[in-house]
Design a protein around this ligand. Structure first.
Ligand SMILES: NC(=O)C1=CN([C@@H]2O[C@H](COP(=O)(O)OP(=O)(O)OC[C@H]3O[C@@H](n4cnc5c(N)ncnc54)[C@H](OP(=O)(O)O)[C@@H]3O)[C@@H](O)[C@H]2O)[C@H](O)CC1
Ligand SMILES: [K+]
Length: 460
């Protein structure tokens, strides 16, 4: 299932321009935006006294519409502005408000603060006085709501340009923007409402949504459900987590191939201790996972080369990524591989420069011709063809030992079940996040595995 569309500031401006060219005026769009935001704020906060802060651009224009709509609904509303509007639409909205506009510097606080200072047009941090006023007024409010984005955030990469209030609600228009999901901005959003204002918007960037999984049917057998082979490294516990995750995420059969027997894993996991490359030429292997517990030594490199030459769909994590960063090569042809680097592994592989996390993931995917799962509190997936997706992480307690091994195993299960690489990565990330939400804040990686079946069951 495709998740909600995400547009950058430039793409949103282009979509808006197309809509205007097709006959919908910017004033109409602003009216729709402001009315929708006011309705969402009333649903969220009820009729408490409100203060709307309006900036100079069209974000400020939306704010004047919000103020008028709340006042029309009988709410006690005041407006404060940084100065005169700079656009014709915002001027018209201010005129239609028709009541007093206070100076931001000396306005009294209100229990409901509505931040309509800056949205997608912000190009630099707020001036120190404006940022301080915003922070102080938000600190004195019971509820803070942002129009489009909390002010001080860079739309496309989620950077914080000046101090940003912690909002309880953010109402954005037509589509999400990258900053709604990318950190460090995403933590300031509160609940996000996407209001339809009638603009046509399409993108190759989406939010990761709940996948659709098929329940096993009468024709299913273990190999149609997918055979995952996990080549365990020297620290076989990591491979055991991956294998357990693959099994609980629905793989029909999982082989855990280590030099020594691995104790304490599910009896259903097939073990043939000895040669980790045992039966690597089995044509039925649907995903070959290498990296968890793997050291970047001679044996690790030999296993990497064998895996890369096997022709199976690969999922490469941890030690396999270090071997890749040290100069090993991905297969030049064959099924699209999936790489699952965290921040440090990504930097070692691809460097630290290159724009937003989405742009960096896209460039990396294009460079190596593989699907990149760039992990973190805001995991981004990118495919070599330019498609990308962001996961709106809510379960931050995934930052625990072994969680990455579980993710790699979950993705391998999706791949072995027949999903294409990009879809398998997105599905695995969603299931992993959902399992974390179900397991709760004090989970250990093993608990994630235990909650994968319930997460999968939500996708049938
Ligand atoms: N996209 C749509 O379809 C719709 C969007 N709406 C709303 O419009 C805003 C975007 O409006 P825009 O006017 O482009 O941008 P902003 O209102 O966010 O701000 C731009 C103005 O602010 C100035 N600016 C930028 N940074 C700062 C700063 N740090 N301090 C002071 N001033 C700043 C900028 O001028 P500069 O030339 O000085 O850069 C602009 O004057 C979008 O977010 C939606 O809320 C529509 O209403 C509905 C359709
Ligand atoms: K805003």
């Amino acid at each position: 299932m495709k998740g909600r569309v995400i547009l950058t500031a430039g793409e949103m401006r282009a979509a808006e321009a197309r809509s205007i060219a097709a006959g919908t005026s910017v004033e109409t769009l602003m009216e729709r935006a402001g009315q929708a935001a006011a309705a969402a704020i009333r649903r969220f906060a009820g009729p408490m006294p409100a203060l709307v802060l309006c900036g100079p651009g069209n974000n400020g224009g939306d704010g004047y519409v919000v103020a008028r709509a709340l006042a029309a609904a009988g709410q006690d509303v005041r407006v404060a502005a940084t100065g005169e509007p700079k656009t014709a639409a915002a001027s018209a909205a201010r005129a239609a408000w028709g009541r007093e506009v206070h100076a931001l510097a000396d306005v009294e606080p209100a229990p409901l603060l509505i931040d309509s200072l800056f949205g997608t047009g912000l190009t630099r941090g707020l001036l120190r006085d404006a940022a301080a006023e915003l922070e102080a007024l938000a600190g004195m409010a019971r509820i803070t709501a942002a129009i489009d984005l909390p002010s001080g955030i860079s739309t496309d990469d989620g950077a914080i340009l000046s101090p940003v209030p912690d909002c309880d609600l953010t109402v954005t228009f037509q589509t999400l923007k990258p900053a709604h999901l990318l950190q460090p901005a995403a933590r300031h959003m509160g609940r996000i409402v996407v209001a339809d204002i009638g603009i046509e918007a399409a993108s190759d960037l989406h939010e990761i949504a709940r996948p659709r999984l098929a329940a096993p049917g009468p024709e299913s057998h273990k190999f149609t459900r997918g055979l995952v082979t996990v080549i365990a490294g020297g620290m076989a516990g990591a491979g055991a987590l991956s294998a357990g995750a693959a099994l609980r995420a629905g793989a029909g059969a999982v082989r855990l191939q280590a030099r020594e027997p691995v104790h304490g894993v599910a009896a259903a996991i097939i073990q043939t201790p000895g040669d980790p490359l045992d039966r690597i030429d089995d044509k039925r292997i649907g995903a070959l996972l290498l990296g968890p517990g793997l050291a970047p030594d001679d044996e690790g490199r030999a296993l990497f080369e064998a895996a890369a030459g096997s022709g199976h769909p690969l999922v490469l994590d941890a030690g396999a990524l270090r071997i890749l960063a040290d100069g090993a090569a991905l297969p030049a042809a064959g099924p699209t591989a999936i790489l699952t680097p965290h921040e440090g592994e990504f930097a070692a592989l691809f460097g630290e420069d290159g724009g937003s996390k989405v742009e960096r993931a896209r460039a990396a995917a294009a460079k190596v011709g593989a699907v990149i799962v760039y992990k973190g509190p805001d995991t981004v997936v990118a495919a070599p063809d330019g498609r990308a997706a962001i996961h709106a992480a809510t379960a931050h307690w995934l930052a625990t030992a072994g969680a990455g091994d579980v993710l790699a195993g979950t993705i391998a299960a999706m791949r072995a079940a027949g999903m294409a690489a990009f879809e398998a990565a997105c599905a695995g990330i969603w299931l992993h996040g959902r399992a974390a939400a179900l397991a709760g804040p004090f989970l250990i990686a093993d608990d994630l595995i235990a909650h994968l079946p319930a997460a999968c069951a939500e996708c049938l």
